[in-house]
Design a protein around this ligand. Structure first.
Ligand SMILES: [Zn+2]
Length: 508
């Protein structure tokens, strides 16, 4: 949030009075919204961390900016309230630990090498922290404070994108046994003389209307004919669907098509009921069946191409008047590491983590036009997200290469198997607060090159960098190699010979 934005100015003038948000106290009789926000601030405190810019606003001891807790929790005997992080940033904007004399503190502070370089031109900022459940976000805070009910097994069907929203909403009510029939109204205390608007022979309740009414049985007979199943029994909708699906012998995708058909039948019966009740139109079975067929055809035209249907399910779909042919299995793709043309140098980078976040590492290597190994590195990035490690690999790789090749000006071809990294560096995607500084530094390095290029490669073409990143997870100290470690030599040889690897499409 920009400090001069209207919202920031309002909050500061009205509530904060230039204090940090943690210290501001709600006034007696003040706004209940502000009090509620203050009541939740521990979520913000746990879920955020400082990102060092010039280090002037961050309390060295009291704020969380290095590791997972403020430094005073580790060194309570040394802490004071007034020291800021710029204490360890020198005038050139580099980390400078020369005035730290306590050895334990010095050891802890060495972890600053995992943080982006400070930037004297940028104010400190606050970003979302990665928690054990993934990156903290407004959504994760909301999930922590809301009361949620156990997940139901029909949710993925009811909210599947193949269903039009009005069908989803109706099905959701129906699965909760809350279809607004006469019986539902009387359950809520309305006394009325109930009558089924389709057959005029029975009082109106969910079980009768959908499954017991003689006026709707032709619809179910048609469904049974389409799907070679037994008719659903007269019972609440969720139970009826479960029992009916059990009678279907089709494989998984075919059963899903059947469930969608079932919901469309229920929805169309409900529409016919409303048409009879409010417009006085008697139910028209061919019209209902046509509507079901048309809705299915519309849904299939949008989503059907994604499904790999077996021959039996294709017969079902065809019987609804929807043309469909068997989908041929997708062949595996050949992926290989491509040598750069001289004088290009190619840099492959990768990040890896065991858990997200979890123990993580960044690795990468530089090769010439013959695929010859020039330089490699593996850097442990402690407990972090995979995404952080991906960006850190590029950041650290560029830094090591330019330090060891001070006269290098390009051309450099960077390859990553993370589309997020590629798109962020190409400025097609914006950087999240946690990696914004890394990206700024990466760009500042790239600006020193006369020519560079970044591209995406599938993981199968980035195997050596992947090996190095995984090596980094188990190696506590950073390793830099001028000749390749033995464990990656076979993969280097494959790449130098451009041996193709096979990438199998998902689900095959
Ligand atoms: Zn009826």
């Amino acid at each position: 949030m920009h400090p001069n934005s209207c919202w920031a100015l309002f909050m500061d003038t009205r509530y904060l009075h230039r204090q940090p948000i943690w210290d501001a106290k709600p006034a007696r009789g003040g706004s209940c919204i502000w009090k509620s926000l203050k009541g939740l601030q521990h979520f913000l405190k746990d879920g955020t961390r400082w990102v060092v810019g010039n280090g002037e606003s961050i309390s060295f001891w009291m704020d969380k900016w290095l590791g997972n807790q403020p430094l005073y929790t580790l060194f309570p005997h040394l802490a004071n309230n007034f020291l800021k992080v710029n204490w360890i940033i020198n005038e050139s904007g580099n980390w400078d630990l020369s005035h730290v004399h306590d050895l334990d503190l010095l050891n802890t502070l060495r972890e600053v090498r995992l943080l982006p370089h400070p930037n004297l031109a940028v104010c400190d900022s606050m970003g979302w922290e990665d928690t054990d459940l993934g990156p903290a976000t407004v959504k994760s805070c909301w999930n922590s404070i809301r009361t949620s009910r156990p997940k139901v097994n029909w949710a993925s069907l009811v909210w599947h994108p193949i269903l039009p929203p009005r069908v989803s909403l109706f099905a959701w009510r129906a699965f909760h046994h809350r279809t607004p029939t006469d019986e539902w109204a009387s359950r809520r205390g309305f006394s009325l003389a109930s009558r089924c608007h389709l057959c005029y022979q029975h009082s109106e309740d969910e079980c009768h209307l959908f499954f017991g009414c003689p006026a709707t049985s032709p619809v179910w007979n048609q469904l049974v004919a389409w799907t070679h199943s037994t008719p659903p029994r007269q019972q609440p909708i969720a139970a009826a669907l479960k029992q009916w699906v059990a009678s279907i012998t089709l494989p998984r995708t075919g059963r899903f098509v059947c469930k969608v058909l079932f919901l469309l039948c229920v929805f169309e019966i409900w529409k016919a009921r409303n048409d009879a009740k409010f417009n006085g139109n008697p139910p028209n079975t061919p019209h209902i069946i046509n509507n079901i067929r048309r809705s299915m055809r519309d849904a299939f035209s949008i989503h059907g191409s994604k499904w790999q249907l077996d021959p039996q399910s294709i017969r079902l779909v065809n019987s609804l008047g929807i043309p469909s042919t068997p989908t041929p299995p997708t062949p595996p793709i050949e992926v290989k590491w491509i040598k750069p043309k001289p004088p290009w140098i190619k840099c492959n980078i990768d990040g890896a983590s065991k858990g997200n976040p979890g123990p993580s590492g960044a690795g990468g290597l530089f090769r010439d036009h013959n695929g010859r190994f020039l330089l490699g590195f593996a850097c442990n990035t402690k407990r972090n997200t995979n995404m952080f490690a991906e960006f850190f690999a590029l950041y650290r790789g560029l830094m090591i290469w330019l330090d060891t090749h001070p006269h290098f000006t390009g051309p450099l071809w960077i390859e990553s198997d993370s589309l997020v990294v590629v798109n962020t560096i190409l400025e097609k995607a914006s950087a999240t607060p946690r990696i914004k500084h890394l990206v700024e530094i990466i760009h500042s390095h790239l600006r020193t090159l006369s020519l560079w290029h970044i591209s995406h490669v599938f993981r199968e073409g980035n195997r050596v960098a992947d090996k190095l990143a995984n090596l980094a997870i188990v190696e506590p100290t950073e390793a830099i190699w001028n000749s390749p470690p033995a464990s990656i030599v076979p993969f280097l040889n494959d790449d130098a010979n451009e041996v193709p690897q096979h990438r199998f499409p998902k689900g095959s």
